[in-house]
Design a protein around this ligand. Structure first.
Ligand SMILES: [Zn+2]
Length: 424
C-alpha cells in the first residue's frame, strides 16, 4: 500500500478508536443510570451472593445486615466492596463513610491518574476532577488514566470516562478549567476533601490557602525527578502549606515531566490511601508528618518537622489576615515566580559573538569538508536521545578534566590533516 493508502488506513483506525471510546462512554453512562434506577427503587437487583462470601459475611455479621432495609448496604454494594467490608478496621462503616464523601482531585496528570482511578474503584460518593489541559501522547507514560483515543481531547473528559467505566455508581463531576484563585472557592466548597495533584508550586499555595479559608483537608503530593513526597495539610490541627514553606524560595521546583511514569503513580496511590483514611476516619493519616520517597533506592522516610501549625503563619496563624476577598485577588503565579528573580540569574549568553556559530554556518562547514571536531557538551542522556552525526559527547561538567586529552587528540588530527606523521 502506498503512502496515501497508509495515511487513509491510519485515519480510519483513529476514527474507529474514537468511535469505540464514545461507545464505551455511552455504555458507562447507561450503566450509571441503570444503577440509579436500582438505588431509586426500580427493579430489585439480584441478591445472589457467592456461598463462600456469604459464609464470611455471616462470620462478621454483615450478611444479615445486608438483607435488612433502612440503612443496610444494598446487595450491589456488598457484592462490589465485599473485600473492603471484610477488612476489620474498615468494614461497613468505612465503606458507608466513603460512599457519603465527596473528593475533588485537582489535576488529571500523573498523580491525579492514580488518585482518581483508585477513589472511583473504591467507591467514593462524588468525585470531582479539575484540569484545563488536553490529553497528549507524550504524557501517557505516566498519566495512565488516559488512552490514545482521547489524545487532543480534554483530560477531564478522558479521566471521567475512565472512572465511570470502572464504577458507574460514583458521581463523577468534570471541571474543565484551570483552577485559579478567582474560581477556586466556588469549586472547592462543593467537596469534603481536596487532593492536590497539580505538581505546581503556585497551585500548591493557592489550594492550601483555599482549604484553610474553607476548612477542608488537603491531601498534598508531589514528585520531582525520581523522588516524591506526601502529607495531609489543614486536618486535625495539622499545619497548612505556608506553615511549612512560608516562602516559595524554600520550595523544591517540580520536574513532573522528567520522571519514570511509575513515580507519580506511587505517590498518587498513597494520596488515594490518605484520602480514604481521612474520609473514613480509619487509621492514622499523615497529618503533621511528611512521607518522602526515593525511587532509586526504593526507600521511604517519614519526617515529623511539619508537626504543628505555625503561630506566625500568614494564612492559618495568629496574625492571619487572609480573607476570601484577598484570596480571590491574589496572583499566585506571580508569587511563585517572584522568588525566581531573586535567585542568581542564569547567564544566557556566556560566549562572545565571535565564538558562536549558527546552524547555517555550521552547515557550510560540513559542506566544505573542512576537518573539525563537533563537541556536544550536553548531559549524556540528552545526547543519547538525539545528536548530530559524528559529534563527540563530553558533558560540560567533565570538560575541564578531559580537556588535556581532548587537546592531544585534536593536535593528532591537525598533524594528520597537514600531512605530518602523527605522534606515537
Ligand atoms: Zn499555616
Amino acid at each position: 500500500m502506498g503512502v496515501g493508502g497508509g495515511g487513509r488506513t491510519e485515519a480510519i483506525m483513529r476514527e474507529i478508536a474514537s468511535l469505540r471510546a464514545q461507545r464505551d462512554e455511552l455504555d458507562s453512562r447507561i450503566r450509571f443510570f441503570e444503577s440509579q434506577l436500582r438505588v431509586g427503587g426500580g427493579a430489585p437487583a439480584p441478591t445472589t451472593i457467592p456461598p463462600s462470601l456469604s459464609t464470611k459475611l455471616d462470620a462478621v455479621g454483615l450478611h444479615a445486615a445486608a438483607q435488612q432495609g433502612g440503612g443496610a448496604l444494598s446487595p450491589d454494594v456488598v457484592r462490589r466492596y465485599s473485600r473492603h467490608l471484610l477488612v476489620p478496621d474498615f468494614g461497613v462503616q468505612g465503606q458507608r463513610r466513603l460512599s457519603r464523601s465527596s473528593v475533588l482531585v485537582v489535576g488529571a496528570g500523573g498523580l491525579g491518574s492514580a488518585v482518581a482511578l483508585y477513589l472511583a474503584a473504591c467507591g467514593v460518593g462524588s468525585l470531582g476532577i479539575v484540569d484545563g489541559d488536553d490529553v497528549e501522547i507524550g504524557n501517557l507514560h505516566r498519566q495512565v488514566i488516559h488512552v490514545e483515543a482521547y489524545v487532543g481531547q480534554p483530560k477531564v473528559k478522558s479521566a471521567a470516562a475512565a472512572c465511570r467505566a470502572i464504577n458507574s455508581s460514583v458521581n463523577v463531576l468534570e471541571h474543565h478549567l484551570k483552577l485559579k484563585s478567582k474560581n477556586a472557592l466556588d469549586v472547592v466548597r462543593q467537596y469534603d476533601i481536596v487532593v492536590d495533584a497539580t505538581n505546581s508550586i503556585a497551585s500548591r499555595y493557592m489550594l492550601s490557602d483555599c482549604c484553610v479559608l474553607l476548612n477542608k483537608p488537603l491531601i498534598s503530593g508531589s514528585t520531582s525527578g525520581l523522588e516524591g513526597q506526601l502529607t495531609v495539610y489543614n486536618h486535625n490541627g495539622s499545619p497548612c502549606y505556608r506553615c511549612h514553606f512560608p516562602n516559595p524560595a524554600a520550595c523544591q521546583s517540580s520536574s513532573a515531566n522528567c520522571t519514570l511514569g511509575v513515580v507519580p503513580g506511587v505517590i498518587g496511590c498513597l494520596q488515594a490511601l490518605e484520602t480514604i483514611k481521612v474520609a473514613t476516619r480509619v487509621g492514622e493519616s499523615l497529618c503533621g508528618r511528611m512521607l518522602l520517597f526515593d525511587a532509586l533506592s526504593s526507600r521511604f522516610k517519614t519526617v515529623n518537622k511539619v508537626h504543628q501549625r505555625s503561630s506566625t503563619c500568614t494564612v492559618c496563624g495568629d496574625i492571619s489576615n487572609l480573607t476570601q476577598d484577598t484570596f480571590v485577588m491574589f496572583d499566585y503565579d506571580s508569587f511563585a515566580q517572584s522568588t525566581k528573580s531573586s535567585k542568581p540569574t542564569v547567564i544566557q549568553n556566556p560566549l562572545p559573538k565571535n565564538a558562536r556559530i549558527t546552524c547555517r554556518e555550521y552547515k557550510r562547514v560540513l559542506d566544505s569538508g573542512r576537518a573539525h571536531l563537533l563537541l556536544d557538551v550536553r548531559p549524556v542522556h540528552h545526547f543519547q536521545i538525539a545528536s548530530i552525526p559524528n559529534s563527540v559527547n563530553i558533558p560540560l561538567q567533565e570538560l575541564q578534566e578531559r580537556l588535556p586529552r581532548l587537546r592531544d587528540a585534536l593536535s593528532e588530527v591537525a598533524d594528520v590533516s597537514h600531512g605530518r606523521q602523527a605522534r606515537p
